[in-house]
Design a protein around this ligand. Sequence first.
Ligand code: SF4
Length: 183
Amino acid sequence: MEKKPGILVHLCCAPDALYVVSLLQESYEVTGFFYNPNIHPEEEYLLRLAETRKVADHLKFRLIEGDYDPESWLRLTEKFKNEPEKGRRCLICFAWRLDRTARKALEENIPLFTTIMSISPWKDAAVLNRIGRMTARKYRLEFLEANFKKKDGFNRSVIMSREFGLYRQNYCGCLYSRRPEKS
Ligand code: SF4
């Protein structure tokens, strides 16, 4: 059987990983990279990581666990703490995580990388793809552009993760995304 090309896939949470990685495994040899210093508090971070480990065991892919360095992330985004979701803080957050994913891909000698984040209805795939392309150029890598919410991707991930009994978070991840909505 022909060997599938390798890809390093940035994973932000288990429910999205379950659907997207199973899709990518049809064409690629997937290595997962959990790097999310944006997640607050640490307890939530550890829970999302533990759930992602379950998915890696189930789908049998290698999972690399990045550092959890929330202080650097907070310093980087502090200026934009009052921005709404999808604002400039999110652009920095995407760029930071994709930059670290690209560096990991270089370290691992995997020439292609991507992220599963475009599955979220609250995230603009065009923005993620643009940042991914720029990051890939910087490190002379390839970025797999995608919009995983297509073909009912988000709903399919909800169904699959419920069947699998995975924890589903109700906020994006950072301290600022936990703020109660104004009435
Ligand atoms: S809302 Fe989500 S994408 Fe935006 S900064 Fe917070 S964690 Fe990052």
